[in-house]
Design a protein. Structure first.
Length: 433
């Protein structure tokens, strides 16, 4: 029986540490383009896959929950269907991987465990999408979704197998022997890096110039959003803002009037933009169009016409619009009401806050992740973050500004505005139901 090294016996600390890497990979995954908002590659499940042989079952499930909560706070989707998709998919994958690993032991590789988890996660999300978004047409995207799960599950399993063999941090966490020679061998420049260097040499200057212009535009937009966000944080606190979001969310879901929901969608989008949150109208329109078209594939009610051979029926169109507006409305509401520094109560909240402290350390890391030595460089990152405990133990400490004269008055105005927003939303829900 192998015993982990000293310092790894604190399971809460270990869970928060792995949760931070879930946050980081979730943030990376959130920025990647995808055909559907809930269709994810699943790379954020990598720390969960690694944790199977490290954490006891209770803490393993806590890690999965911390991952869902943290990524929902980072992406601003805590009050949206995205959080539900993530919770169901993550928990289904975590339970599947744990059971499979425990039942098969070392006879089932991490590749097989990873593939099983990815397939179950995607199948669970497809099932939820069938009832909440796409109706029967959800089965049309199932082959693509499951195929993507097979590919990403295999890739993550291969990486996990490699990482468990060469990682010093993993060896310390599990108490397994560590092969230093293999690690040093991988640090040498590999053929893969040389190949990519030769492939990109001719177009490097032009590509770098284009990237510099694009980066400059993004930095200006980010600076403008940060300025709006800083101003908003003088008026609103994360706790009351989240509570107001819950109240407004219930009222929004209670609404039956399509025009009223559309009006609230616009107001939520304007609020999210005013509070410095990143929104994309292109993504909003394309996702909404996809939801509407998917619902039109199942005719219902009076035939209104046809377009490119697709019959447009009144019932299917109204249901598609309602589902699209509800989906995007919850997205914008969540973005508007979830602020940095949101603290959750209880021990779970403490672990999430500690995970955000480690997350800040990950973002501050100055090392490189090379294509030719991803596993080794990832291990170096984990060792650096693990050995340097977070100085900022709560998420609030990383984001809340120092109090200034007049802040109490501003916060009072903010509370009044939140109460008015909740009252107006419920009035619209009741009178335009």
């Amino acid at each position: 029986m192998h015993r982990p090294s000293e310092g790894f016996s604190d399971k809460a600390k270990l869970t928060a540490f792995l949760g931070a890497f879930c946050f980081f990979l979730s943030a990376v995954e959130y920025m990647l383009p995808k055909p559907l908002p809930f269709m994810r590659l699943g790379i954020a499940n990598l720390p969960i896959l690694i944790a199977i042989d490290i954490l006891p079952f209770k803490w393993f499930l806590v890690l999965a929950l911390v991952k869902v909560i943290g990524m929902s706070i980072i992406s601003g989707t805590l009050f949206s269907y995205i959080a539900l998709f993530s919770l169901a998919g993550t928990m289904a994958a975590a339970l599947t991987m744990w059971v499979l690993r425990r039942a098969g032991g070392r006879h089932i590789s991490q590749i097989g465990v990873s593939i099983a988890g990815a397939m179950v996660s995607n199948a669970t999300q497809i099932l939820i999408a069938r009832f909440l978004v796409f109706r029967e047409t959800a089965w049309l995207i199932a082959p693509l979704f499951l195929g993507m799960g097979l590919a990403t599950g295999t890739a993550l399993g291969l990486f996990s197998e490699r990482f468990s063999r060469v990682s010093r941090w993993y060896a310390m966490a599990t108490g397994l022997p560590f092969a230093e020679t293999e690690t040093q061998a991988e640090r040498k420049p590999g053929a893969i890096k040389a190949f990519f260097d030769r492939l990109s040499a001719n177009r490097k200057e032009k590509r770098d110039a284009g990237r510099a212009r694009k980066r400059e535009r993004k930095e200006k937009a980010a600076a403008a959003r940060a300025l709006r966000r800083d101003k908003a944080m003088r008026f609103f606190s994360p706790g009351p803002m989240a509570l107001a979001g819950v109240v407004v969310m219930v009222a929004f879901l209670y609404m039956k009037s399509l025009p009223a929901k559309a009006l609230m969608l616009i107001l939520f989008a304007l609020a999210a933009a005013a509070l410095g949150k990143r929104i994309s109208l292109f993504v909003t329109f394309t996702v909404s169009a996809g939801i509407v078209i998917a619902n039109l594939l199942i005719p219902s009610g009076k035939i209104l016409g046809s377009f490119l051979g697709l019959r447009i029926t009144e019932g299917a169109l109204l249901e598609g619009l309602n589902r699209a507006i509800t989906f995007e409305g919850l997205m914008f509401l969540s973005k508007a009401s979830i602020m940095p520094g949101l603290n959750l109560p209880g021990r779970l909240g403490t672990i999430v806050a500690s995970a955000f402290g480690y997350y800040e350390r990950v973002l501050e890391y100055k090392g490189k992740i090379r294509p030719s030595a991803v596993a080794i460089d990832a291990d170096a990152l984990m060792m650096r973050v693990w050995e340097a405990a977070p100085e900022k133990e709560t998420a609030q400490a990383t984001s809340v500004k120092e109090s200034k004269p007049g802040d109490r008055y501003r916060r009072f105005i903010g509370i009044v505005l939140l109460i008015l927003a909740a009252i107006v939303t419920w009035a619209i829900a009741v009178f335009l139901r």
